[in-house]
Design a protein around this ligand. Sequence first.
Ligand code: KG4
Ligand code: ZN
Length: 353
Amino acid sequence: MLILGLETSCDETAAAVVAEDRRILSDVVLSQIEDHRPYGGVVPEVAARAHLEHLDRLIGEALAQAGQPLSAMTAIAATGGPGLIGGVMVGVTTAKALAMVAGKPFIAVNHLEGHALSARLSPGLDFPYLLLLVSGGHCQLLAVEGVGNYRRLGATVDDAAGEAFDKVAKLLDLGYPGGPAVERWAEGGDPSRFSLPRPMKGRPGCDFSFSGLKNAVRLLVRDLSDRNELTDGDRADVAAGFQAAVAEVLADRSSRAMTIFAERHPESRRLVVAGGVAANQTLRRSLARAAENGGFTLTAPPLRLCTDNAAMIAWAGLERFRLGGQDGLDFAPRPRWPLDPGAVRLGGAGVKA
Ligand code: KG4
Ligand code: ZN
């Protein structure tokens, strides 16, 4: 079984071919960072146009690198949402056209399911497992119980963690994209110089909140700049303090989730972290510590599978297809698409969909 996967839901245009034995035959990713840099963030219209301009070529490259013609694909999968709708439409329309021309099934993949199953591209990860999904658009803790079977234990009530990293980088004028810049600056900083809040830490449930922390950084930067011009030392200390606060909160929420998950699934002790923020080394260290304290092992997919890519979309498509899943050519792209519609939630309360 060979699946061609397409990813166009945010600012990466990507195409990949994945085989049933977990081999990634090709994995082509074009980052649009340079297109969006002048604006300091992702501009949906710019993103959609860039996907349209590059996707056909990237599909050609993905098939060529895999050494396979389109006719050898078992099915064509594309991210069907959630995401920036213009981009999702480009990917879905392209995948449908290829499916129609080649007479192959079409599979619309939930982008979050792509992240949720990405760690299974490495051998040895069976269901169920606990997943911390931390990206620019999402921050959730999920019990992954099977393909299409997800229980949300907690989610952010406001910003995603990656969004907070990006905003703090903007406040400190560290450049774009924000997450890696904050991490670089934090290396030389003192995380204890400023006391920043740890929103939700110690609260019941597994929800997150980052807007208060972001606001605290905004006020701190304003106070510092009122007194003197912000020095590089100030920037490094604020970045380090912010990063430490985020890592501490994510570890605390994950610890609670491990307790709830372990009650439901005493047979599994696996915590998986995915999404772009999972690239952060301070976060990985604090999660590894929390996992160890909870008797869990932490699994983090390789970095290129943590950030947006099409291999995870092809793989999620493959997992669904071999269980009989496929979609009609009338599938409509979905700007919002929760992984667990109507599912019973374990733990906390009050979450944005
Ligand atoms: O998963 P991803 O590539 O795209 C989304 O689905 O959102 O995640 C991108 C997010 C951005 O907010 C970026 O700033 C953040 O992940 N990020 C990081 C790091 N690398 C990327 N955040 C913290 N530390 C990093 N090293
Ligand atoms: Zn993503």
